[in-house]
Design a protein around this ligand. Structure first.
Ligand code: CA
Length: 219
């Protein structure tokens, strides 16, 4: 898999490139936004938003124009606002420095799974167990009978369904459904998951991955 690392910090970039290559990735590096936009094709872009020549979010938007590329924003601890800007501008995920190669690899794989399965032809509806989730009509039915959900409950369900059994982190759910990464919203997420589970009445369908997030049981 070809990875483009956009990072102006030499020490961090060298260590990361060595680790990625050891894990079998082909890595190209760009030191600036200009170099990133001039770089060759990649399947995944690891993008540091703090670049010397351009706003990283502008780089992100231009890379995003090609929907077949997975984009993971790399930020430092304490840069929540950056993360939200990145996700809103179309990043698929983000990772916070410092991180281990195992976590990065897991995120790259999850992003590529989503990119490959959805970007070509986003599914208009999906069957999950006995439920049919219609992303266009924003409805969920069991045996043809609609289960009334609130807007946030539906967004939550749709986000989990689109991940097709992959774990969706609590942070990504907050970003996608609540458009925030503020931890204070976490309680609201838990309340919505509980009410969604009660309405769907399908025990075990939405699995809790402790300390990380949620995923749909594979049917
Ligand atoms: Ca930087």
């Amino acid at each position: 898999m070809r990875v483009l690392l956009v990072e102006d910090d030499d020490r961090f970039a060298d260590a990361l490139m060595t680790a990625l290559r050891r894990h079998g990735y082909q890595v190209e590096r760009a030191r600036s936004g200009g170099e990133a936009l001039a770089a060759g094709a990649a399947e995944v872009v690891l993008l540091d938003l703090g670049l010397p020549d351009m706003d990283g979010v502008d780089v992100l938007r231009q890379v995003r124009a090609d929907s077949q590329i997975g984009i993971i924003v790399v930020t430092a601890r304490g840069e929540e606002a950056q993360r939200v800007r990145g996700l809103r501008a179309g990043a698929d995920d983000y990772i916070v420095k410092p991180f281990g190669i195992a976590e990065l690899e897991a995120r790259i794989e999850a992003v590529m799974r989503r990119v490959r399965s959805h970007r070509h032809a986003p599914a208009e509806s999906a069957c999950v167990g006995p439920l049919e989730v219609d992303h266009v009509r924003r409805s969920v039915c069991r045996d043809g009978v609609e289960i009334p959900l609130t807007r946030k409950e539906f967004d939550l369900l749709a986000t989990l369904v689109r991940a097709e059994g992959a774990v969706v982190t609590r942070e990504s759910l907050l970003a996608e459904v609540w458009h925030t990464t503020w931890g204070g919203t976490m309680r609201s997420l838990e309340v919505h998951v509980a009410s969604l589970r009660a309405k769907l009445n399908e025990p075990g369908l939405i699995e809790t991955v402790r300390g990380i997030g949620y995923r749909m049981r594979k049917s």
